[in-house]
Design a protein around this ligand. Sequence first.
Ligand code: DC
Length: 228
Amino acid sequence: MPRKINIAIDGHSSCGKGTLAKNIAKELDYMFIDSGAMYRAVTLYMLQNQLSLEDVRTNPGILLNIEISFILDPFKGFYNTHLNGENVESLIRGMEVSKWVSEVSAVKEVREFLVNKQQRMGKDKGVVMDGRDIGSVVFPDAELKIFMTAEPSVRAKRRYLELQEKGINANYEEILHNIQHRDHYDSSRDISPLIQAPDAIVLNNTEMTKEEQSRIALTWAKGVILAG
Ligand code: DC
C-alpha cells in the first residue's frame, strides 16, 4: 500500500486550481477540499443570520455554530458543500456571497476557525486542498506544494470564453481588470496573504492545456509518494 501524502495547491485567481486539484484527487483516490468554498460558506452563514464583520470579531464563538462538510454526489461524481446539513453548493457561488467573501476571508477570527478545521481534515493525509494559504499556513508540512500561475491576459481570456459558453454576457477588459485587482488584493492583505511557499513548485500553465498540467502534477505527486 503506497503511503498517503497531503498536496497543497495555491495560486492566483482563475488559474484552474480547482480543476487541477479535482483531477489529482480523482486519480489518486484522495479527498479534494476546496478551501475557498469554506470561506464562502461562512460568508453565507453571516448573510443568512445578519452578522456583521464586527459581530464576528467581538464574539468569535458565534462561528462554532457553523458546521461545514463536503458530501459526494454519487450521480455527478463531485462533492457538494453543506452548511449545517444543507446543500449550499449553488448558493455559495452566487453574486451576494462573491461580493462579501473577500472581506470575510480577511477577518483573523474567521481564518483561525477555518484553518483549524482544514488542519483536522488533513490530519490522516490523503487530501488535495486548493486555496491561497495552504502550503504556507494550513499544511506547511505538505509533502507536495504546487504554486499555480498564468499570465493575467490568458486567465482573463479563459474566463471570458467560459462565460460566453454559458451564455453570460461578458466584457474582456472588465474581467482582466478584476483579475489584476484580485491578484493585488490577495497578495497584499495583512493576514495570510497569497505567497509562494519556499518549497513550492511553480506550475505556470500559460501555455498548457488542462490535460498537460494534470499529467505534470500527477508525475510530481507519484514521484513524491514513491520517494517516501
Ligand atoms: O477560491 P475562491 O475564489 O472560491 O475563494 C473565495 C475567497 O476566499 C477569495 O476571496 C479568496 C479567499 N480564500 C482565502 O482567503 N484563503 C483560502 N485558502 C481560500 C480562499
